[in-house]
Design a protein around this ligand. Structure first.
Ligand SMILES: C[S@@+](CC[C@H](N)C(=O)[O-])C[C@H]1O[C@@H](n2cnc3c(N)ncnc32)[C@H](O)[C@@H]1O
Length: 287
């Protein structure tokens, strides 16, 4: 049963105001539209919408075929005054440019990102984070999503992204993460790896000042084996992972307290970054 006070908008004109968030949702156009500065992101599928709302994110509008309205009635009822754009599959496809296999979409306000120190202090129910993953300049949204999923599974308390790292709220990252981008606390550094010119701590300095041992995951000659870190794991540990092609920046490696290598067999030259997060996260988990 649909709530009586629903702001239901039957789409008759695909160029009508309010539909801009959903127009031509090709990957490239969506990426430019959902850049953090634009203040929105698109949640795709009823499961993702429910998880985003459960995480406290606020909807700008909903967009779905008639046939999804009933199953989403509880969600819609909780957000009176938020427009619900609806129509046939054909009309919706004219707006987005693709068939909505996953049913409902929602345009969501991007939540404000917490400062790093605040996020880490709030982790573990206010006791403070003990395991942190830093992703430096990860390019591929699939890797961001897979890394978030691994962090959730390994009990990582928080994930910190460098300023140029791919967007965790981009639809492919959300999908691959299986919704864990709404579960694991995360934010971005303002400066990485060091603080701004005025000397205020950020990046590696900030983590160290908060009591973390900061370990660079890198295939350096002087890297210690992950076995060493597994058997002598610091109380508070931040693991820093590099970008897909070049790995960690040299100055990041220099700024960190130690460099750690995951031993590999079979002549393999490196692991995918999300796999490395899973392996290192498991070996150094809080026990
Ligand atoms: C695909 S790898 C980058 C490979 C790059 N050619 C290099 O030498 O670092 C992406 C990231 O995953 C992590 N990584 C992958 N395999 C690793 C391993 N065996 N030991 C430690 N870190 C690893 C590192 O943080 C690396 O920067």
């Amino acid at each position: 049963m649909l709530p009586a006070d629903l702001d239901l908008v039957e789409i008759t004109d695909v160029t009508a105001p309010g539909l801009e968030d959903y127009v031509a949702l090709t990957d490239v156009r969506l990426r430019s539209r959902t850049e953090p500065g634009k203040g929105l992101y698109i949640a795709e599928s009823s499961t993702v919408i429910r998880r985003a709302l459960a995480a406290g994110h606020r909807p700008r509008s909903f967009f779905m075929e008639h046939k999804w309205l009933t199953s989403m009635a509880d969600v819609l009822a909780e957000h009176p005054g938020v427009p619900v754009y609806t129509g046939t599959a054909e009309v919706l496809e004219q707006v987005t440019g693709f068939h909505l296999h996953r049913g409902a979409l929602a345009s969501m306000h991007r939540p404000a990102l917490a400062p790093v120190a605040e996020l880490l202090a709030a982790a573990r129910g206010g006791q403070g984070a003990r395991r942190v993953v830093v992703l430096e300049d990860t390019v591929d949204h699939t890797n961001v999503g897979a890394a978030m999923r691994a962090c959730a599974a390994m009990g990582v308390d928080a994930v910190l992204f460098t300023p140029s790292c791919a967007d965790p709220l981009y639809r492919r990252a959300v999908r691959v993460s299986m919704g864990t981008v709404f579960q694991v606390p995360w934010t971005r550094f303002e400066h990485w790896p060091a603080g701004p010119a005025d000397g205020a701590a950020d990046g590696v300095d900030l983590l160290r000042s908060l009591g973390f041992t900061v370990a660079a995951l890198a295939l350096e000659d002087d890297s210690v084996s992950l076995d060493v870190l597994e058997h002598d794991t610091p109380e508070k540990l931040a693991l820093v992972f590099g970008t897909e092609g070049d790995g960690l920046k040299k100055r990041t490696i220099t700024a960190c307290d130690l460099t750690v290598k995951i031993p590999m067999a079979g002549g393999v030259d490196s692991l995918n970054v999300a796999s490395a997060v899973a392996v290192a996260g498991w070996a150094t988990r809080v026990r």
